[in-house]
Design a protein around this ligand. Structure first.
Ligand code: PMP
Length: 454
């Protein structure tokens, strides 16, 4: 096949997510044309370590023959049928397997097409339930600055990344945002304990100020992922859940990134953070990225409140519970279990986090942070983590350029780069990945010195 024109076609016809208008039609994106294990292959045939794990999702790695086979078999047998009035055994089986692994009494799986529609579904269900319980005013959602919950209108409206919100219309009446929970930005001399108290008070004060009768739910990623891998202070989620219970506010845990093994457990809420949320949203690692799928998993308690009522939850998608995605999800789950990948993640996490910490010695690095197989390197030109200079220079993109030259893809986010490699990454591959990242960061530092010298 002649591919000589694909770069032009890409620029002329493919509008990408987060498309920058200033560079529209002038991009030179790296094409990823193949992949195997933890590596992707660019259009020049060069192998790169997949630092971002696709986008937090390629848990079992690429090129698994048995995944292709399971999906092909499902496609041959039943590629699709409407989930509205009918069902199929593959999707029903997958729902059961998810319910078995989900926290506490979260036993009701509403399948969606991805993470954004999972968050949409969670909010719509919360509103639906409150309407049925005769309190239609209880609708506000409390979220947090720097949170990312998706790109559909509802999910974007509860996302708190300023840069993304700037150009978007949003449902302003719907959401209230709490200040940044990143311990990096605590006041000079403030202890972790007092920072935790402050952050939990932020939630309680907001509920009281808005009026508990108006607040439906609090939505939180266990670890804020694309906001820059922000790990809240220890005990944060537990205390927030207690506040939510006190005011009859539901807790939605957005585990689109953290579920299915990223933190070494099927779900992080219960096993890592000790909470049983009312609703958990998930997607991404659910199929290891082999097919699109997401879910809002709703507790028995919430379902019991609406069961038997004369009302229809009028929310659903043509591709809810798509059988080929469900087949991919079941097979991915089987592989994670058979290869003991959750245990593997728990075993290699200290190595990953230790290697990450060592990058803190590089001059442009102002913070390194992470949890499980999630990591973030934050940079700044002047060594000040509060400084805006990082944004001016788009340091993250330069780190990505320097790393790609040396065999690693990273995900740039303004002045940061985030990492979440496939869960199958071995100890020596982790060391190799961080070795390249170190060299990429040092080269970026030299590049920055050049710019500043001009
Ligand atoms: N929630 C979180 C925490 C996410 O990280 C994302 C995607 N990065 C989403 C929701 C939205 O998922 P999707 O892109 O599959 O719609």
């Amino acid at each position: 096949m002649d591919n000589s024109n694909v770069k032009h076609w890409d620029n002329d016809h493919f509008l990408h997510p987060w498309e920058g208008m200033a560079t529209l039609g002038k991009n030179d994106r790296t094409f990823i044309e193949g992949a195997s294990g933890i590596h992707v292959m660019n259009e020049k045939g060069e192998r790169l370590i997949d630092g971002p794990g696709g986008m937090w999702c390629t848990q079992i790695g690429y090129g698994r023959e048995e995944m292709a086979e399971a999906m092909a078999e499902q496609a041959r047998n039943l590629a699709y049928f409407s989930p509205f009035n009918n069902s199929n055994s593959t999707t029903a089986r997958f729902a059961r397997e998810i319910a078995k692994r989900a926290p506490g009494d979260l036993n009701n799986v509403f399948f969606t097409t991805g993470g954004s529609t999972a968050v949409d579904t969670a909010i719509r269900f919360v509103h639906f339930r409150n309407n049925l319980l005769g309190r239609p005013e209880k609708k506000k959602i409390i979220s947090r600055q720097k949170a990312y919950h998706g790109s559909t209108f509802l999910a974007a409206s509860v996302s708190g990344k300023e840069r993304d919100r700037h150009w978007l219309d949003k449902a302003d009446d719907l959401a209230h945002f709490l200040p940044d929970v990143n311990p990096l930005y605590r006041a000079p001399g403030q202890s972790e304990e007092s920072f935790l108290k402050e952050k939990v008070s932020d939630l309680e004060n907001a509920i009281v100020a808005l009026g508990p009768e108006n607040v439906a739910a609090f939505i939180a990623e266990p670890v804020l992922a694309s906001g820059g891998v922000i790990v809240p202070p220890k005990g944060y989620h537990e205390s927030c859940l207690n506040i939510c219970k006190k005011y009859d506010v539901l807790y939605i845990s957005d585990e689109v990134v953290t579920a299915f093994g990223r933190l070494g457990h099927w779900f992080a809420s219960e096993t890592v953070f000790g909470i049983q949320p009312d609703i958990v949203t998930c997607a991404k690692g659910m199929t290891s990225g082999y097919a699109p799928m997401g879910a809002a998993i709703i507790s028995d308690r919430l379902i019991a409140d609406v069961a038997g009522k004369d009302a229809t939850f009028s929310n659903g998608y043509t591709y809810s519970g798509h059988p080929v995605s469900a087949a991919a999800g079941l097979k991915s789950m089987e592989i994670i279990e058979r290869e003991k990948l959750l245990e593997h993640v728990r075993r290699v996490t200290p190595i990953f986090q230790d290697q990450l910490q060592q990058l803190g010695q590089i001059d442009i690095v102002t913070d390194v942070r992470g949890m499980g197989l999630m990591g973030c390197v934050q940079c700044s030109v002047d060594g000040d983590p509060q400084s805006d200079l990082g944004c001016d220079y788009e340091i993250g993109s330069q780190i990505d350029i320097e790393c790609q030259k040396r065999g690693l893809l990273v995900r740039p986010v303004i002045n940061m780069c985030v990492l979440s490699p496939p869960l199958i990454i071995s100890e020596s591959e982790i060391e190799q990945m961080f070795d390249v990242l170190r060299k990429g960061l040092e080269a970026t530092s030299t590049w920055l010195s050049g710019i500043r010298g001009q």
